[in-house]
Structures are given as structure tokens and as C-alpha cells.
Design a protein. Structure first.
Length: 476
């Protein structure tokens, strides 16, 4: 590792802001009497009762306000309601012959506890949570029309949400779910707004991402620039502090920030983390047999996703596809594990945590989004500042099978900054074998023979990804 120059002045005595007590700038974010909780720097007024993370998810378990879901998006089900798909417009349901099979559990589903339903803030909603959303959008420079600022999720609010989602490489659907809410909260931080250090519930934000970028550019391995202050970032901070003659306590306060600013690098080209991951991808050599594969059926009971023209619900079709993939992988000797069954309703962050806890080598998340044209699309982790080379290679391997083997229309591969791709510690991909709101794709997704072919394509793509370079599996 390239060492930085020594001899920078080290100040003795107490170091304001670099202990675990809040410094002056951090204290500005402490709640004052009468302040709305949304104005705190590190907490959202609706705490997440499952993960215990303030400020990183929309309210969960609260009743939905405002009008029904708009467009083809299926409305969430209430807690304890039967897991049957909601009726399509006009009361139509999927045709009897298109009923999804119950293939049973192919492998164990991680125990995610008693998850609460995911809260989605959507057009037509009215209330305090919408006002909070609008304040955050305005603070980031987005315009919301005055007649909506009393907490009505109207057209200008939706337009602002969609623009924000596009800028942050999130699914552009105009709905504020866990991924979009987390991104809104994190976008409100600039480096220096608060003291950063390693804690049980890690700091998340654009300030952490900028810290990681600077450390990586200076030659200190902070890991993936994902905006999450984890152990790798802590080690990089301590190593940096040693090199500049500071106490290596891992606390990023005024003095550490000043040292970073003095040595601020000019960053050109890919970061150290991206280069390292590319090297790891080139050295990767494994086989599918015996490999633990996490499979995430997208959506769930409280956020069922999109609804097809005949009433097919995305959450149920993704579960059927995931079970078919798990069965095919098990047949080939892999060790698949579903991250959701028909009853569980985990958040995206909980799914990523479960995949990490399983020690999975790869993670495949399955969606059938309704916001694009027909055909196949594969996504890998990528933000506006970085991406995962391993995830991109996995996405390309699977996408080649979907478009080549199955002949699906090519919607390409693209970066996506959702939790299941961002927070997993293994190569991860989101696979969309079709657009459920497109009649032909819906018909295909309901075909059991297509689901079996899809499962084989996923397995072949994984074998291609895991195979050593130059081997027959990698070259086919």
C-alpha cells in the first residue's frame, strides 16, 4: 500500500468531534424541542420496527392513505388478508388454466422473523409522510407545486420522485418504497455534516460514499463505494489516520476530515475498489455443484408489484419462477435457498441480510417489472459513482442465455442501486424475463414450460459465470 507523507502536525489533547460524543456539526442534527423528527439528520419519524433503522425506510405497518394504486401497479394487501391476487380492472382474474402451481419448498427459506408489511407511499396519498417526502425533495432542489405542499402526493411530487429515481439509478416507478426512501435520506448528507464511525447500525449516506471514494483514491482500501460505513471503511480510516500521524480511532471528525481535504486526490478513472473487484472476477474459478445460491422472488404480500392485463400479480409469478429455478439448481447439485416464501414479507434490506447470512456465492433476484417494454433485462449494482464488475459479469452471462437460448427481446443490462444488489456481499443480479403488464409477456410467464426453460437458462448462466476463463462452459 502506498504510504502518505508523515510529519503532518498532530494536535495533542482532546480532539473535538472525534470522540464518540457528537461534535459541533453533528450536534446541529440533534432534535430540538418541538422539532419534527423528519428534520433530524439520522432518523426518520417512522422507525423501522424490524430492522431498527431510523431514517432508512418508509413507515411499515401503517394504514395506506389516499387513493388506490394507479396504473398497472397492484395494490398492497392488508395484514392477515388471504394471499390471493387482487382483481384486475373490471374484476377479471387470471384464466383458470393459468393458475400458478404450488411446487412446494425446494429448499429452506431463511427465518426472517415476524416481518411487518412494507409501506409504499404512492400518488394519491395524503398526510404527514407525504409532507416529509416533499420537504426532502425540496431540500434536494426538486420543485413541488404549492398546492401539493400540504401533504398531497400529486403530479409534481410524482414527477420529482421519478426524476430523483432516475438520477439515483433506481426503478423509475414514481412510488416511494424502501429503496427510494433510503436513497432520499442518504442524499441529504454531505461529508462533514456528522461524525462518522463504525457502529452496530452502520451510517449510510452520500457522506459515507464520498469518504470511501477519497480513501480508495488515496490508496486505502475502503471496499465498495456503497455509502455504508462497514468494517472495510473502518479499517481504511484507521490506516489513513496512522499514515497522517493521527490517533487511529476510526472516528471521522473535523481533524480527520481536514487531513483528507489537504490530501484530496484528483480522481480519474475507476476506483481502487472497482479495480480490485475486476481482478477478483478474472481470478474466479468455481463450479455450480455445491455452490450456495440465494434466490429472491421479488415483491411480497404488502408490495405485490405490478399486475398483468388478466390479473396476474408480480409477487406470485416471481415466486413461481424462483421455485422453478431452485428446483433446477438443486437438480444440478447446487445449494439453492429462497429469500421469501408465500407467507413472508421481508424488506429488501432483510433479503440482502439473509443472503449474506447464508454465505451465498451469488444472489439472483427475480422481477417482472411493468415499467418497460417486453423482453429480458438484467441489472447489477451500480450507482452514479461506481458499480460492481462481478455483478455486471453475472448479469451479462445470464442475459446472454435469456436472449440467446430463449429468444427473448433484448432490453439490455444496466446498473441499479437497489438494496438487494447494493447490500449483498456477493455478486448479485436482478433478472426480469418479461414485463408482466405486456399481454404477450404475461401469457409467456404463465406458461409452465417457459418457466422451466427460464430456470435452465438461469442455471446455464450461473455455470458460465462460475466457470474458469477459457473453459467450455465459459466459452459456450
Amino acid at each position: 500500500m502506498r504510504a502518505l507523507p508523515h510529519g503532518l502536525p498532530r494536535r495533542g489533547g482532546h480532539r473535538p468531534g472525534e470522540r464518540r460524543l457528537p461534535g459541533r456539526r453533528e450536534a446541529q442534527h440533534r432534535r430540538q424541542p418541538g422539532d419534527h423528527a423528519a428534520l433530524r439528520g439520522d432518523e426518520h419519524p417512522y422507525a423501522d420496527p424490524v430492522q431498527g433503522r431510523g431514517g432508512e425506510g418508509p413507515p411499515r405497518g401503517s394504514p395506506r392513505q389516499g387513493g388506490p394504486a394507479q396504473g398497472a401497479r397492484a395494490a398492497p394487501r392488508g395484514v392477515g388478508h388471504p394471499a390471493s391476487p387482487p382483481a384486475a380492472p373490471g374484476g377479471n382474474r387470471a384464466a383458470p388454466g393459468a393458475r400458478l402451481p404450488d411446487v412446494g419448498a425446494v429448499s429452506g427459506v431463511p427465518n426472517l422473523g415476524n416481518s411487518w408489511p412494507v409501506r409504499i407511499i404512492r400518488p394519491g396519498d395524503v398526510g404527514a409522510d407525504v409532507r416529509d417526502l416533499q420537504r426532502r425533495l425540496q431540500a434536494l432542489g426538486f420543485r413541488v407545486e404549492p398546492d401539493e405542499l400540504q401533504g398531497r402526493f400529486g403530479p409534481s411530487t410524482e414527477a420529482a420522485v421519478r426524476t430523483f429515481q432516475d438520477q439515483r439509478r433506481l426503478p423509475v416507478d414514481g412510488l416511494v418504497g424502501p429503496d427510494t426512501w433510503a436513497a432520499l435520506v442518504e442524499a441529504g448528507y454531505a461529508l462533514g455534516d456528522r461524525v462518522l464511525y463504525l457502529r452496530a447500525r452502520p451510517f449510510r449516506g452520500d457522506d459515507v460514499r464520498e469518504l470511501q471514494r477519497l480513501l480508495n483514491a488515496l490508496g486505502f482500501d475502503a471496499g465498495r463505494e456503497d455509502g455504508i460505513f462497514g468494517p472495510a471503511t473502518d479499517r481504511a480510516v484507521r490506516e489513513f489516520q496512522r499514515n497522517v500521524g493521527e490517533l487511529p480511532d476510526g472516528i471521522v471528525g473535523p481533524e480527520t476530515l481536514a487531513a483528507l481535504q489537504r490530501l484530496r486526490p484528483q480522481v480519474n478513472g475507476p476506483s481502487r475498489a472497482v479495480v480490485r473487484e475486476e481482478e477478483e472476477v478474472r481470478a474466479m474459478a468455481a463450479q455450480l455443484r455445491g455452490t450456495r445460491v440465494a434466490i429472491d422472488p421479488g415483491h411480497g404480500p404488502s408490495d405485490p408489484g405490478y399486475q398483468g392485463p388478466s390479473g396476474t400479480v408480480e409477487a406470485e409469478i416471481t415466486l413461481a419462477l424462483a421455485r422453478e429455478v431452485a428446483r433446477e439448481l438443486a437438480r444440478r447439485g447446487a445449494r439453492p435457498a429462497l429469500l421469501r416464501d408465500g407467507r413472508a414479507d421481508p424488506t429488501p434490506g432483510e433479503r440482502a441480510e439473509a443472503a449474506n447470512g447464508l454465505g451465498a456465492a451469488v444472489c439472483v433476484s427475480i422481477h417482472t417489472g411493468g415499467d418497460g417494454g417486453p423482453g429480458a433485462r438484467c441489472s447489477y449494482f451500480g450507482s452514479h459513482t461506481t458499480h460492481s464488475p462481478a455483478g455486471r459479469r453475472l448479469a451479462e452471462a445470464i442475459h446472454l442465455e435469456l436472449t440467446g437460448r430463449l429468444g427473448l427481446a433484448d432490453r439490455g443490462t444496466a446498473p441499479l442501486a437497489v438494496a438487494v444488489l447494493r447490500e449483498t456481499r456477493m455478486p448479485a443480479v436482478q433478472v426480469e424475463p418479461g414485463c408482466i403488464t405486456h399481454p404477450e409477456d404475461e401469457r409467456r410467464l404463465l406458461d409452465a414450460s417457459f418457466r422451466r426453460e427460464f430456470a435452465r437458462a438461469i442455471a446455464d448462466g450461473l455455470e458460465r459465470f462460475l466457470a474458469p476463463a477459457g473453459s467450455p462452459a465459459a466459452a459456450r
